[in-house]
Design a protein. Structure first.
Length: 235
């Protein structure tokens, strides 16, 4: 049975880290998008908060959709480490820099129900003269549960303005939810940073930002065990 497309929202954040961490976020975002494209997933960068230096990103939120998404997204969730010399402070002794990757739950599925919208017609203002102002084609739309509201007067069609207003309310609600979740994620990132540093999900190094491959076959441990056994046999 073919798996249905899923949609997830992922955030990369430097937390309160220095400019170097913002540089890492920018590089990780590029790698994430490159890999998503290679796999065949659709993506959209919903928001990107610039960092303190050119070429840095303090946080970025990406909406991604496709089949068999769960396992691939899990491979990115957690702490991501970069090993390298600071690109802004060349004589800085620190060589290890950490950023966070989190999934924002339930944001992508949120849609406004039209029954929760209060529409109010009003006369259009601005260019158009008497012909425009005689018709109550402009729309003020209020999302009752949240109080978010928009005004639309682009079209002379009241029906068309309602459609535009509904779309804009959805966009504003999404922005508000992402803003709230970003604050929560930033707090969590600060709280868990020291715990997660010891077990990054991905490690990159060097100015070319190459990914370090993990040895999942325990080859080094097996070699060490053989060497230990040989030493014991000689003792």
């Amino acid at each position: 049975m073919k798996e249905k497309n899923k949609t997830k929202i992922i955030q990369f954040t430097a937390g309160r880290g220095p400019a170097e961490c913002g540089w890492v976020v920018a590089q990780v975002l590029k790698k994430f998008i490159e890999e998503a494209t290679q796999v065949g997933y659709d993506y959209e960068v919903i928001c990107r908060d610039p960092g303190p230096q050119n070429g840095t990103v303090q946080s970025a939120t990406v909406q991604i959709s496709g089949e068999r998404l769960d396992a691939w997204v899990r491979s990115w969730i957690g702490t991501i480490q970069w090993i390298g010399t600071s690109t802004f402070r060349k004589f800085h002794k620190r060589k290890n820099w950490f950023v966070g990757c989190y999934e924002l739950k339930h944001v992508a599925a949120t849609q406004i129900n039209e029954r929760d919208i209060k529409f109010q017609s009003m006369r259009s203002k601005g260019p158009g003269g008497q012909h425009v102002n005689k018709v109550n084609s402009a729309i003020r739309a209020v999302h009752i549960p949240t109080g978010i509201q928009v005004q639309v007067m682009e079209s002379r069609s009241q029906h068309q303005n309602k459609k535009i207003a509904t779309k804009r309310l959805n966009e504003k609600l999404m922005e508000a939810q992402i803003g709230q979740m970003k604050q929560t994620i930033a707090t969590q990132w600060e709280n868990h940073l020291s715990v997660q540093r010891g077990d990054p999900v991905k490690v990159f190094s060097g100015t070319d930002f190459k990914q370090n491959r993990k040895d999942n076959g325990y080859k080094k441990k097996r070699i060490q065990l053989k060497n230990d056994l040989k030493k014991k046999s000689w003792d």
